[in-house]
Design a protein around this ligand. Structure first.
Ligand SMILES: *Cc1c(COP(=O)(O)O)cnc(C)c1O
Length: 426
């Protein structure tokens, strides 16, 4: 495979940008080799600078639920751009997107748009602190909520991949206000709440984790957290930046029938443009400026291009709920095919999947938290990743990331992926 253009660009990039990339996981450090530079994508396919074609399983890490360059999204963005790219003043599309989201997620009374998932989570905990008058937050090991200081304590995603789950540059004071617990371990959370319950403003989690691979909640875990939050007056925050509008129109809240107090979004709601949002109960959201004293603002928040893109994508999801059935069927087909191939080869593996979030862990033990996720065979992942790349399949270049199936993937694409897996691991 010729990737000479990508290599040339990377040589230029490393002189200019830390690690040559604007977000760490892109650099291929976890899997080795030189990162691929892309110039365009359509549907389920990526095309790199050397014109190689790949079946894509990162989908920009989530937003491309219906595939790249989705015609309605592109058209909406072009139309919006012609009317100016930003106003710094209210616009119709912000109202329409808020109405649409509130209609799809009935547990939310009010929502505020920001520019990234990081910003959404950072703002949500500030609001929870303002609302409760408490300082501490509780998060779970291996969960990723963006790169704000409070969250870079035992974090997942790139932080986990690069062995810095707790980052330098986060002050001891901030770190002391972030409590951590083992994911899926309700008993441990009960213990922490019994000791510190009255100091904890919020419990934040990925209800279905995607940032240490796909890890669904153990039965009773989410219910137990809801009950503990009620008991101790703690704000329950579901970080649905990844799961929102992916698992169902109402995200994990809908699937597990649990109402969080605040929810954060990103990724899909921007359809590939930079957007995040946080929303929830009116009583809490009324604390946000200018209604209340908790300050949060943004020059480009509610940006017209981003709102137009989100509206176009979410309108389709709203109108066509069978998209979720199709996504689940395709992902189940992929899971079944992968299992057959891995069994045939005699590979030690675990596959976790929920809806269109799926990934292989190389190790036969059950993966349900950070400790079990980090016990996988990291060398095997490297071989697999490069084998797949060579066979035209682009997987996340890391061991601790879920793959994203899109509705643009055809059954032929899934078959090709299954065949590539056999080739890559033989
Ligand atoms: C991606 C992600 C974030 C961070 O969003 P950014 O837009 O990258 O800042 C936060 N939480 C979860 C669960 C995510 O998957």
């Amino acid at each position: 495979m010729n990737i000479s253009e990508s290599k040339k660009l990377f040589e230029r990039a490393v002189r200019l940008i830390p690690g040559g990339v604007n977000s760490p996981v892109r650099a291929f450090k976890a899997v080795g080799g030189s990162p691929i530079f892309f110039k365009r994508a359509k549907g389920a396919y990526l095309f790199d600078e050397d014109d190689n074609k790949y079946i894509d399983y990162i989908g920009s890490w989530g937003p491309m639920l219906l595939g790249h360059a989705y015609p309605k999204v592109i058209e909406a963005v072009q139309k919006a751009a012609a009317d100016s790219t930003s106003f710094g003043a209210p616009t119709r599309r912000e109202v329409e997107l808020a109405e649409l989201i509130l209609d799809m997620v009935p547990t939310i009374d009010k929502i505020r748009m920001v520019n990234s998932g990081t910003e959404a989570c950072m703002s949500a905990i500030r609001v929870a602190r303002g609302y409760t008058g408490r300082n501490k937050i509780l998060k779970f090991e291996g969960n990723y909520h963006g790169h704000a200081d409070s969250f870079l304590i035992k974090a997942g995603s790139g932080a986990l991949t690069f062995g810095t789950p707790s980052s330098p540059g986060v002050t001891p004071g901030t770190a002391a206000d972030t409590l951590t617990a083992r994911h899926n371990d309700l008993e441990q959370v009960k213990g922490i709440c019994a000791e510190n319950g009255s100091e904890i403003a919020a419990i934040i989690l990925e209800p279905v984790t995607g940032n240490m691979g796909c890890i669904p909640p153990e039965p009773g875990f989410l219910e137990g957290l809801r009950a503990l939050c009620d008991e101790h007056g703690i704000v329950l925050i579901f970080d649905e930046v990844m799961t929102g509008f992916r698992l169902a129109r109402g995200g994990a809240q809908e699937i597990y029938e649990i109402e969080a107090d605040l929810v954060t979004y990103g990724k899909i709601i921007g359809a590939g443009l930079p957007v995040g949002a946080y929303g929830g109960k009116a009583e809490i959201m009324n604390c946000v400026s200018p209604d209340g004293p908790v300050y949060q603002a943004g020059t480009l928040s509610g940006n017209p291009l981003a709102m137009a893109a989100g509206l176009a994508l979410l309108s389709d999801l709203h109108a066509n709920p069978q998209i979720y059935t199709e996504l689940d069927e395709k992902s189940a087909y992929l899971e079944k095919g992968l299992r057959q191939v891995l069994d045939k080869i005699g590979e030690e593996y675990t596959i976790n999947r929920l809806g269109s979030m799926i990934n292989i862990f190389f190790g036969s033990h059950k993966v349900k938290d950070y400790d079990t996720a980090s016990k996988i065979d990291a060398e095997r992942i490297k071989d697999y990743f490069h084998g797949m790349l060579h066979n035209g399949v682009y997987l996340p270049p890391a061991a601790y990331e879920t793959w994203f199936v899109s509705n643009a993937h055809t059954y032929e694409d899934l078959d090709a992926t299954i065949n590539a897996t056999e080739q890559a691991l033989m």
